[in-house]
Design a protein around this ligand. Sequence first.
Ligand code: R5P
Length: 291
Amino acid sequence: MFILGGTSAKNIAINLANRLLQPLLQTTYKRFPDDEFYVRLHENITNEDVLIVQTAYPDPKIVELLLLQDAVHEAGAKTITVILPYFGYSRQDKKFEDGEAISARAIAQHISMHADCVITVDPHKDHVLKFFTVPAYGCSAVSTIAQYLKEKNIDFVLAPDKGAKERAREAATLINCEYDYLEKTRIDGTTVKITPKELDARGRHVAIIDDIISTGSTMAHSIKELKKQGAASVSVACTHGLFVSGAKEKLLAAKCDEIISTDTIETEYSKVSAADCIAETLLKTTKRIKN
Ligand code: R5P
């Protein structure tokens, strides 16, 4: 087996290679003067099982992934497993208005073209896995995040909306503390409204946990609510840290005590790795890899 790390998931690829004791495939990547991507594989992978690790975000990384898959397919790999640490476009998982694309399905179908199996971390909704036309599995980085939060003495976990409640419950169970959730209404892509609610957060060290931090609006409003109610500290934790549209500034302005994310998208806040949950899922779903 070989592990091919794309440019958007180097950390996870290295961690997986170490965890699975499998080699990283030697490759050359470059960009042409017009910015088009180029890849060349330097090893014979005929009849080999290959894991391609590449986050599908932002857009150029999706093109890179399709070219990596094509190169591996052309080179005669026996099987291609695509590890998609973050599945970009998965939030547009249906037509919200007439005339829209079902973006998650469009991306999934293209990725499925040269893949035997897909594994992605904390998919926004589980049903997006069905958009792939090959077996696709989700895995959860919540226990890795919870372990980090436990070491930071977090004693209350909050979900910023009902959709994240199950994630908060799971983290709280692992930390052995209480949890609650807020009611969020999304006004548009950058504006959210959090309905005030009495929380048992006074004097507590709280972590707000979500799958994605994008513009940071959800977290910033939740932090303000918790600080108003007397929380001793408020950290925010997510699997996929996009941090766009001034998210960092919003979180700091809301007096966030710590920002934690995994490395599904590599940023300065990638304090834990999603590699362990991916490795566990690989071991469960394929018989090809020996631990
Ligand atoms: C939405 O359902 C997601 O779980 C996140 O709450 C959302 O993507 C966060 O977005 P933002 O950081 O822009 O508020």
